[in-house]
Design a protein around this ligand. Sequence first.
Ligand code: AHM
Ligand code: MG
Length: 338
Amino acid sequence: MTPDTSALSAHLTRGDNLVTLQSHILAEEARHPGATGTFSWILSALSISAKMIAARIRRARLSDVLGNVGTDNVQGEQQQKLDVIANEILLRCLGSRSGVAVLASEENDEPIVIQSDADKGRPYCVLFDPLDGSSNLDVCGGVGTIFSILRHDRRAPTAQAALMQRGAEQVAAGYVLYGSSTVFVLTTGTGVRMFVLDPAVGAFMLVEDNIRIPATSKSYSVNEGHRKSFPAGYQRYLDWAQDNGYSSRYAGAMVADVHRILLKGGVFLYPPTAKAPDGKLRLMYEANPMAFVIEQAGGKAFAGKERLLDVAPTSVHQRTSVVLGSADEVDHVLAHLG
Ligand code: AHM
Ligand code: MG
């Protein structure tokens, strides 16, 4: 008896056949005739790192890797054991790729130069926060990896100088959310794609090809415990939002909060506070990659009243305030900043 293949052909003609992150990367490479494959190798290193970090997180309580290591990172924050493990995984996976010229991590004081004679193969700089929101680990909350890829300017006199590029110059950016599932969100400047890890086969599968953030949603995400030390404009916005029936959602991990906003809409804020007058979040490997993703999905991202992606950096670990999310919701915040 001839098998009935009509359901399969219906899938194929609708174009909803299965695509992995790996095959997506190869297909993108094929679309760029001059591509050397270097960039694809970097994305593939990020994908392997994400799977390895996800596996360590899943077993964290069982393999006794929760809690602090007893040291502070360059930001003066206590390092969790998994911060260190995730950092090592990323450094090892990315450090072995020939296209990587410079690596910069939240967990390392100085950028790491991998390739100083970086004139071959269109090399790149990769910046990352290996495990954002790691204080959520002890309570099984969402945590994430955030990454940003820049071209390497080999004329730059130092690694630090090579990294001093505005967010608008990012070649690619994204994040991995280790939540109830492991999600890889990527932009290379042509929209935003979302992949979910199928743990049974060990591959990230494409689940959404062109994510568009809802233009509006009555929801804000901010640590209201700091409200009294926010500049007056943010307090005016919160008064307005509360008078207008807004809900509040805050996971305490930027990746989890931004992912929710990407899919459901709303606005994420981390304003300047008395404790962090320039804002708490890091421009180059937290705010910029998220801003690139959000803009590519049709949203907006600001540092105060300046577009985040236009901020000229002066140091790798510099901090910034952040307002990002649905276009209309960001506009409401900006309207109150005066
Ligand atoms: P981390 O990189 O040290 O984990 O800090 C960044 C995190 C973000 O994920 C989150 O949005 C923010 O810090 C939460 O800070 P707070 O506890 O002040 O609300
Ligand atoms: Mg972080």
